[in-house]
Design a protein around this ligand. Sequence first.
Ligand code: AMP
Length: 369
Amino acid sequence: MTSSTKKIGVLGAGQLGRMLALSGAPLKKMFSFYGQSNQEPAAQLGHPFFSSQDANGLADLIDFADVITYESENTDVALIREIAKTTPVYPAEKSLYTAQHRGREKALFDQLDIPCAPYQIVDSLDSLKVAVEEVGLPAVLKTTTEGYDGKGQFVLKEARQIEQAWSEIGGRELVLEGFVNFQRELSIIAVRNANNEHVYYPLVQNVHHDGILRYTIAPARNLTEAIQKEAEAYMQRLLDELDHVGVLTLELFDTLDGLIANEMAPRVHNSGHWTQDGAETDQFENHVRAISGMPLGDTTACQPIAAMINIIGQVGDTEKVLEMPNVFLHLYDKEERPNRKLGHINIVAETEEGLFDVFKKLASFLPKS
Ligand code: AMP
């Protein structure tokens, strides 16, 4: 790939693709999306739109693109392998294959000396009973694949819940992991290009409600250089081992004993949306730069503090948002539906007090409890 890489094909046409196109356009990149319908958030920003309903849709996308990327870690690995025979795909197969299975992810963390919770893979009620003995309680039982926004999870507090847990989410491969007593949840976004250039955004603090990310504060409050360096060191090991090209996100628990890795995503991430208005170069532009062989952009935060609030389920009073200074509205053009991510609000501020004043004014966008 060189800077002359112009046409970017994206598997998927959701909000992440939409924001890739918005950030890539000033770099003269052209986008095309392969999605289910031309009503999806990215469809109108890419030309042409290739439909998965059309027998030739995928072949046409591959034909169009100089490079291909994807929006979801649930993208079919075999498909990526096949496409890569003719057209470069970034992030490459190894990153995708690892990130879509919690067991493979944790094995990689172990291999690279990145701390994670104790865990056991289970595939039957009996093996779950053995795992509970080994991992101890409390513990969190999760599906090894396809879990998102806290779905496919059961918190096991007592041994008498084992059968209930297995009947609720079992019957398939699961991972039992020790319950982490974290102080807060963090994430770090890193970017690597094929020239082995690495850049890292500041660690951010994420607050979830009912398993869904509700807001991010960037940088994480009281962030020390030591903890930032620790997270960057973990990321560097992952990027190098995976030979990763593009954005890579790592979710971490911040505990009294240091950082513990939870999971990673080989893509731009909801906890990085603040970078659109709060960092010198946003995560979407940096992903585009990385996959098209360009130098990476500065990841420095351009204000002392920033935040991102997700708009979930209902769009709400966005007029109010538009009237506020240093507050930025991003809508994805999706229909309202419970628990659906419809957009986000970015905020930049000089001080934490200033930021929390804005939060108070935007209380209707925040979870009630
Ligand atoms: P995940 O899908 O792994 O990101 O999990 C969703 C949420 O469940 C996380 O954001 C945490 O709030 C919580 N969680 C997941 N794993 C653990 C764990 N091992 N210990 C404590 N809380 C967890």
